[in-house]
Write a protein that binds this ligand. Structure first.
Ligand SMILES: Cc1cc2nc3c(=O)[nH]c(=O)nc-3n(C[C@H](O)[C@H](O)[C@H](O)COP(=O)(O)OP(=O)(O)OC[C@H]3O[C@@H](n4cnc5c(N)ncnc54)[C@H](O)[C@@H]3O)c2cc1C
Length: 511
């Protein structure tokens, strides 16, 4: 731990990497690749990986607990002809155990049990394709953005507030990925984010079941540049104060230790920044604070049950429930007791988001279990459903190192406003899933943003540009920010200068 020396001086380093999640690890990787070895990683918890976080749960036949992911769970398969180091590249390189998540393998239920309303899924898909094209026009022509609800309504998907089966389909098709509802999400950037991930990677995403935990791959990645007991890695170190200027950064930690660096990269979640969990002096500039408060941090909560039998149809991956009164009420049940997943584990989990996630967080485990069990009994009225033998869920908004699950773009933002989230303030840089305009919310967003910040800082230190020969990808010097926002971003803004690394309008997906 970097305690001040007796003279009161701090540990000195060139780059302080604040947070050891995916972005922190790839930032350190990029610095190493650019021959900058003098860095320090300060991490709150006792392990690397951040929101790729697992816990033991229930037990198998031998009494050994299963390893269950509290956070990130899906890994996107990468297209074969691309050589980008992400997606299934991780899976291949490190033998990550995953299984294809088939969103077409979904059964639908209402309060009376099984009820086939799957035709609504097709109606939604048709409307989404149209809305998504309109979103592309908004983006390329710099038109007024809408919320996704109005975009979908204009495209033909306009579920009535009393049609609860349509509301369940609406939730599954939008909230299940974004945590926010279509009304709370930007049409232009919601669709762009979704399309970019499926075009750049693929439509296939795989559910991670690796019993070493998803973060195993990030630890392995870190072990390519960190030695055993590397003095540059400071686990169990909670940053509390950051003083920054155009000349350097000083970081103070809860345990009294401190680090002085030429540059620092803040990779804390948007939730940590929104909750003032770390104090900055001077205060972050207005343009930065506005961006931090404008983007939203969703909460996505998986509630796990283990039973002594699999009483649900185990060949079905997803079970969608339409509550007669409340949209988002214990809506999607995912079987892990299915071939390819954790067969015979008798584990099923239900996902709730935002309001219902906060509600579950405020309730006791027993209260939440009771409500969810009532839903299961409605979905399978012909079965005798026993009490679970194990039950668990995380409380993401209360984790002081995360304060929520992942970020989203509300309506009425712009690429320029987002760039203010990414831009450096003096020697203080920012990276993480939320700073990615193209892959926000995803692990691969954090992966690329960490790499980019590390690369750029190394280039600044070495007086050179990143990708000097490419107009779209060239990055020279500190990042641009916008002092005054006018709610608009011309299409010429969509380059690496604002973090836009890929062209959303070239469909490279061969699927
Ligand atoms: C429930 C859930 C489900 C998800 N599902 C998926 C999915 O299926 N697929 C996908 O691609 N992505 C998913 N994500 C998102 C994915 O986990 C994140 O995008 C990614 O892990 C973010 O990485 P990061 O490095 O930006 O941030 P983080 O992982 O949050 O890393 C930041 C690090 O900073 C540390 N830190 C925070 N405060 C301090 C402090 N004061 N001092 C020191 N250190 C501090 C934290 O401990 C953490 O390790 C999910 C996330 C959640 C929570």
């Amino acid at each position: 731990v970097p305690h001040p020396t007796q003279q009161g001086t701090c540990k000195k380093t060139k780059v302080a990497i604040l947070g050891g999640g995916v972005a922190g690890i790839t930032a350190a990787q990029a610095l190493t690749n650019a021959s900058v070895h003098d860095f320090a990683i300060l991490e709150y918890r006792d392990t690397l990986g951040g929101r790729a976080w697992h816990k033991p749960f229930g037990k198998d036949k031998d009494g050994k607990p299963y390893v269950i992911e509290m956070g990130a769970n899906w890994d996107w398969e990468i297209q074969e002809e691309r050589k980008i180091r992400s997606g299934s590249w991780w899976a291949q390189k490190y033998g990550l155990k995953t299984h294809y998540s088939n969103y077409d393998n979904v059964s639908t239920y209402n309060k009376d049990g099984y009820s086939d309303y799957s035709h609504l899924l097709d109606l939604y898909e048709d409307a989404y394709d149209i809305a998504s094209q309109n979103a592309g026009e908004i983006l390329t022509q710099n038109l007024q953005d809408q919320n996704a609800k109005s975009g979908l309504a204009l495209a033909g998907w306009n579920p009535k507030s009393t049609d609860m089966e349509a509301q369940a389909v609406d939730w599954w098709s939008w909230d299940f990925e974004d945590a926010y509802s279509p009304l709370e999400s930007s049409l232009a950037f919601g669709c762009a984010g979704d399309n970019l991930t499926s075009n750049y990677f693929s439509d296939h995403d795989n559910f991670v079941l690796d019993q070493r935990g998803f973060n195993m791959i990030f630890k392995k990645m870190a072990s390519t540049f960190l030695r055993k007991n590397d003095p540059r890695l400071h686990l169990n170190t909670q940053v509390t104060n950051i003083t920054y200027s155009d000349d350097g950064v000083t970081v103070h930690n809860k345990d009294g230790s401190c680090v002085e660096a030429d540059y620092a990269i803040v990779t804390f979640s948007l939730g940590v920044l929104q909750n003032d969990a770390v104090k900055f002096s001077p205060k972050l500039p207005d343009w930065k604070q506005e961006a931090i408060q404008k983007f939203t941090m969703g909460t996505y909560t998986k509630i796990f049950f283990q039973f002594n039998e699999t009483f649900w149809p185990s060949e079905t991956q997803y079970h969608l429930y339409a509550d007669p009164v409340t949209r988002g009420w214990y809506p999607i049940w995912q079987s892990l007791s299915t071939t390819g997943f954790l067969p015979e584990s008798n584990i099923i989990f239900v996902t709730v988001t935002n309001e219902f996630a906060y509600r579950a967080e405020r309730q006791t485990d027993e209260e939440t279990k009771k409500e969810a069990m009532e839903v299961l009994r409605k979905m399978f009225p012909e079965k005798h459903i026993p009490e679970p033998t194990a039950f668990m869920y995380p409380r993401w908004t209360q984790e002081p190192w995360a304060y929520g699950s992942y970020s989203n773009w509300p309506p009425a933002t712009s690429l320029e406003m987002h760039q203010n989230l990414r831009a450096n303030a003096g020697r203080l840089w920012f990276a993480g899933e939320a700073t990615s305009p193209t892959f926000f919310g995803f692990l691969h967003g954090a992966y690329f943003e960490g790499l980019d910040a590390g690369r750029q800082i190394a280039a600044v230190m070495q007086n050179r540009c990143v990708n000097a020969n490419s107009t779209k990808l060239r990055e020279c010097g500190p990042r641009k920010h916008y002092e005054t926002l006018h709610g608009t971003s011309p299409y010429s803004d969509y380059t690496m200068l604002n973090g836009w690394a890929v062209d959303s309008f070239i469909d490279t997906n061969t699927d």
